[in-house]
Design a protein around this ligand. Structure first.
Ligand SMILES: [Zn+2]
Length: 400
């Protein structure tokens, strides 16, 4: 057989194989199919996150509930796992949102949240501290905010938009920010989901360096730009994360003169417009911080374990910190709960609202504060409170 082939056969054969290979690669790019090899095997890709959630929900139906946040540009589902006792109910518990992989290539940021879920559910039955944490909080974990970007191993979504520049606070249109705020289905979905849930505390995880980055991203505080009026409280929460466990022992921590105990106001590091954390703070009265957990995503199981170990105590301490402050109820004079009452501290800028049961929770530094309660059609009221604590009786608002 071999002797009957033309002289140039091996070369022709190799060229044909090469051309066939190139054609397959091109077709794969043209039809937009996921570049699955971008995700190392030790990570959960978006479809594996779903199977993992389904399994957790089946194993722990009393404390775990899978929810859909929305869908990506390519129609990939963005999913959340709710962890709480009675996860299907709106109980009067501090609400925490933890989000990963908003930048699709920073995949360690979602994988440590998977590790956290494994720990919270795996130890719920045997560790009283873990059980108490899950029972007394409403914890929502969204490991993959940008599934299209994760499949493709890239920062942006499928419209080339950086989702962490597409929120409406200090939004600047154009380029990778998007033409208008919430132009992207992923950011709009997180907005709507968060409007519905009324989170009190949240964090979004990244992998560009190691630092706890606080609002505001849009202004440089050290040169006179806007600062959160409740910056002391925001710093307290940032330090609860950075000072717990071994976070500060990470040798890759950001070197910057404005860093203190591993914490910095975002704009003092670099200015970013339209970020999720600024939107959460300004529009939702939710203290939201951005946590850079590693300067790259390690490929191996051991590398993931190492990053998780640097953050494990911090994650637990931060979820626990959602319980700081004061909670209570607001009613009208007839004993009816008042939903939608704005609750703020005098001289503060974090505005939280009562839920449908008239219940509010306001994260505060320990000590005495004056809270202001206001609702259209009612005479506003103030109340002196001591944190931590629970108001012994409802605040009463009288109709105008
Ligand atoms: Zn990032």
């Amino acid at each position: 057989m071999m002797s009957r082939l033309p002289e140039n056969s091996p070369l022709t054969y190799r060229l044909s194989i090469l051309l066939l290979f190139l054609a397959m690669v091109s077709i794969s790019c043209w039809n937009g199919s996921p570049a699955e090899l971008a995700i190392p095997v030790d990570y959960h890709d978006p479809s594996e996150v779903r199977s993992f959630f389904e399994n957790v929900e089946a194993q722990h139906p009393d404390i775990a509930r899978l929810e859909t946040v929305g869908f990506s540009v390519r129609g990939e589902e963005i999913i959340a796992l709710v962890l709480s006792d009675n996860p299907e109910l709106n109980e009067q518990e501090p609400r925490v949102r933890l989000t990963g992989t908003i930048h699709g290539n920073e995949i360690i940021s979602g994988e440590i949240l998977i590790r956290l879920i494994e720990e919270l559910t795996g130890r719920y039955g045997t560790d009283p501290d873990i059980k108490n944490l899950v029972d007394t909080r409403y914890i929502v974990i969204i490991p993959v905010m940008n599934p299209d970007g994760m499949w493709d191993g890239r920062r942006y979504n499928d419209h080339d938009v950086d989702l962490n520049r597409n929120f409406s606070t200090a939004f600047v249109p154009g380029g990778s920010h998007g033409d208008v705020a919430f132009s992207e289905p992923e950011s709009a979905a997180l907005r709507d989901y968060s409007m519905d849930k009324n989170f009190h505390l949240s964090a979004t995880f990244h992998a560009g360096t190691v630092i706890v980055n606080l609002p505001f991203d849009y202004a440089r505080m050290s040169t006179g730009g806007d600062i959160p009026l409740e910056n002391d409280l925001v710093w307290e929460l940032g330090k609860i994360y950075s000072m717990a466990g071994t976070f500060l022992a990470n040798p890759d921590i950001l070197a910057d003169p404005d860093v203190d105990d591993g914490v910095i106001n975002g704009g003092d590091w670099y200015i970013a417009y339209g970020s999720l954390q600024d939107w959460s703070y300004v529009e939702k009265g939710c203290i939201d911080i951005t946590i850079e957990i590693a300067d790259y995503s390690p490929e191996t199981e051991e590398g993931i374990d190492e990053v998780y170990a640097y953050n494990r105590e911090s994650l637990l301490a931060y979820i626990d910190a959602a319980g700081l402050g004061v909670s209570g109820y607001v009613e009208d004079g007839g004993g009816n709960p008042l939903p939608g009452v704005a609750v703020k501290v005098t001289d503060g800028d974090i505005i939280t609202h009562t839920d449908e049961n008239g219940w509010f929770h306001r994260i505060l530094l320990d000590g005495e504060h004056t809270l202001e309660f206001s609702l259209d059609g009612y005479i506003s009221a103030t109340e002196t409170v001591t944190a931590p604590g629970v108001l012994p009786s409802p605040v009463i608002l009288t109709p105008e």
